[in-house]
Design a protein around this ligand. Sequence first.
Ligand code: ATP
Ligand code: MG
Length: 443
Amino acid sequence: KYFDGREKPTNPRMCNAQKSIRTNDIDNVGRTSRHHTFFEMLGNFSIGDYFRDEVIPWATELLFDEKWFGFPKDKIYITYYPEDVDTFNKWIENGVDKTHLIPLSGNFWEIGEGPCGPDTEIFFDRGEKYDPENLGIKMLQEDMDNERYIEIWNIVFSQFNSVTNLKRDEYPELPSKNIDTGSGLERLACIFQETETNYESDLFMPMIKYLEEKTGIEYAGQMAFKVIVDHIRSITFALSDGATFGNSGRGYVLRRILRRAVRYGKKLNINEPFLYKMVNIVVQNMGGFYSYLGEKQSIVEKIIKTEEETFLRTLENGEKKLNEIILASKKAGSSVVSGADTFLLYDTFGFPLELTEEIASEAGFGVDIEGFKDELNKQKQRARAARNDIQSMNSQNEDYLNYKEESSFVGYDKLSCEAKVIGIFKDGKKVESCDKDAVVVVD
Ligand code: ATP
Ligand code: MG
């Protein structure tokens, strides 16, 4: 709203540390040195205040001045949008060598309609050690995923309004020109502390040490450790911020994160609930700034412990079921777990495909993956149909949907309380009383 001018902030200059959850990076967690599902993004913002002419000299000062980051000039590479000549010139004016400035057509920040614009991204060169094939800045020029040049900061010149059916060079300018930047704290920690990956920085090491002591297994960069310490931060923050585990939407995303962590725990021979014991370390490490974590700690621990217990039981039942299936198939002369059975395990027992494959292969069995995918698609279609039903229902539920009385949820720390009925809805219509099948709202 600030960016497109619909609303005016009390101050046009802002800076912050944003808690960020990016579950779309989940498959990178533990594989790259720099991706997390939860991280802190440091940012500074201008709403129609300072712009390119100010922000580039300031960025130069922050990056290179001994008083601040003090990076050597040859360690920093900067990409920019090829058409954005102003940005190129500004960096040159501020003493960045042109061999360290790389045009990239992907440097345009845009998500659908609305504010958008070119960006300039700042990379730290961690050196040849992380470049086994000696490809050098070719990796940046060709936008290859790599461990040598780490993107530490992105500055977006949010100056255009993206309009469908218009070409980029036809986008109208925004009424005010804005700056939006983002820099990952964990990546900065990795670079300043000169660690192999983000995980050996002091943001994660206390949790890794805990796991080493608990399991007697040496960390040595193992992915299982990384996944667990990453995921427990996401879970702790999401729950502390009011999310809950569930079977759909964000609740399901959160549930999958926990299950993934539990499974990686099994790879370290941990077969009982353990994640909940790590909440304490997250609170110790992050609670100085996010003081509410301490207040939520005990309830968050309880929620996680229960969820872990449930999932471990699920896994146990699933394994039993799978062994039965394998035995029955053997008798029937088959050596494949069918798509339907694999789906049953997945859907009803919460048993991930890889686990089915793993256990099946131990018994000399294959898995019908195509059949499994068919079942999965069928389920998606069922879900879509169900959603449509809900939508058509909503149009009839107007009273209920428009109902705005104050009602507060106390279930986070109470299992019972006294409350007053403040609304009754029968088939979506507000009624004064009813005898059965109605929605009741309490204060
Ligand atoms: P990358 O290409 O390395 O995934 P990105 O282009 O997705 O980075 P941005 O969307 O520009 O990154 O986010 C701004 C900053 O936030 C990045 O410069 C980086 O420092 C940090 N960042 C982005 N994604 C992650 C992540 N998954 N984990 C940790 N830090 C991240
Ligand atoms: Mg990314």
